[in-house]
Ligand binder design. Structure first.
Ligand code: UT7
Length: 329
């Protein structure tokens, strides 16, 4: 039995950080940010007492309500995040507590920007195997908690947000999550996009704080090149394996890191821009949140119909990347 996405939801905090705000904080300007990234503003969870689990909890409650699923019937919660509330317990356990899903087990997946697709692929195996009737999958990151707002090369890129889905058995064999290809390359990726401090290698000390090691570090140019090639390659692979032409694809839902990466991926796939989902201009890069937020906006807009072919592709730290083919049920 294939796994089908039966409901979607998203949460974006109200606080807005615009390019004009960043102009006042950093040596940057709106024109540079928009032309190099396509980003105009991002959302920031400003309440210091609220973290990733809060955004996940908002998504989880909406999912249950929209689907009409009793919380006691929820069987598994998987949260994809690289900004957990704390190293342990997992954010998924905190979400389980927030919504009172006492019969669910819960765990996190950390694959950075590919986290949601890794979690979606993992979750779909539990449905496929027939061991679970429903699994909640949430991608969420409070990126503002690990951004150095004195570093113009990263501060402009990221925002906070969360999105999620529930997976259940598909009504028929020809719809649902039909294919997935996942990749990792730690050799090429580990030095170009990372947070050096806070783990077992560099536990927090005054020194690690002074050296800004608890913030995201990225070699943008290196990551850019790998992101374009890998997202386009995995999308092409998904299309070829499933006999899809660019005309057959209803929607390309790419990870939202940079409009130039999104456009280059679509161009290499020969997919018309009108079928490429982009909201990076409004939210920036919400890491594990980008793809489920896009799905939720598509769904709420009435753009997902029975038989719609969706190709989801991502690329992020690790490196990690992947593609998933979903036929909407
Ligand atoms: O989601 C995880 C995956 N991450 C990504 O996919 C991100 C991939 N990388 C990127 O999106 C782009 O590389 C960036 C947007 C981060 C940077 O764009 P770029 O076109 O690669 O710029 P660059 O790093 O090559 O910098 C070009 C110039 C530099 O000045 P010089 O050396 O040419 O004088 C930078 O110092 O732009 C300068 N610069 C800025 N100027 C104004 C860098 N950041 C800024 C800024 N405002 N915010």
């Amino acid at each position: 039995m294939n796994a089908a996405i039966t409901v979607t939801a998203r949460y974006l905090p109200e606080g807005v950080l615009s390019n004009q705000d960043l102009e006042r904080m950093l040596d940057t300007n709106d024109e540079w940010i928009r032309s190099r990234t396509g980003i105009s503003e991002r959302r920031i969870l400003r309440d210091p007492k609220k973290a990733t689990s809060y955004m996940c909890g908002e998504v989880a409650s909406q999912l249950l309500q929209k689907r009409g699923l009793a919380v006691e019937d929820l069987e598994l919660i998987i949260v994809a995040t690289m900004t957990p509330d704390m190293l342990f317990p997992s954010t998924a356990c905190l979400v389980q507590d927030i919504i009172g899903a006492k019969n669910a087990w819960a765990f996190d997946i950390n694959a950075a920007c590919s986290g949601f697709l890794y979690a979606l692929n993992t979750a779909s195996q539990f449905i496929k195997a027939g061991t679970h009737k429903n699994v909640m999958v949430i991608g969420a990151d409070k990126m503002s908690s690990i951004i150095d707002y004195t570093d113009r090369s990263t501060a402009i890129l990221f925002g906070d947000g969360a999105g999620g889905i529930i997976l259940e058995a598909a009504e028929s064999e020809d719809c649902g999550v039909l294919d997935a290809r996942m990749y990792s390359d730690g050799r090429s990726g580990k030095d170009h996009l990372l947070m050096k401090g806070g783990g077992s290698l560099n536990p927090a000390t005054h020194d690690t704080v002074d050296q800004h090691l608890h913030y995201i570090y990225q070699d943008g140019r290196m990551v850019f090149k790998s992101a374009v090639t890998s997202m386009a390659d995995v999308a092409a692979e998904i299309m070829e394996r499933n006999g899809l032409t660019s005309d057959d694809v209803s929607w390309l839902v790419p990870h939202q890191a940079n409009q130039r990466i999104i456009s280059a991926t679509a161009e290499r796939m020969g997919i018309d821009e009108s079928k490429v989902i982009s909201n990076v201009g409004r939210y920036g890069n919400t890491t594990a949140g980008t793809i489920p937020i896009c799905l939720s906006e598509l769904d709420d807009g009435g753009h997902l119909r029975h038989g719609s072919n969706l190709v989801l592709v991502s690329f992020g730290a690790g490196y990690t990347w992947g593609g998933v083919y979903v036929k909407w049920q």
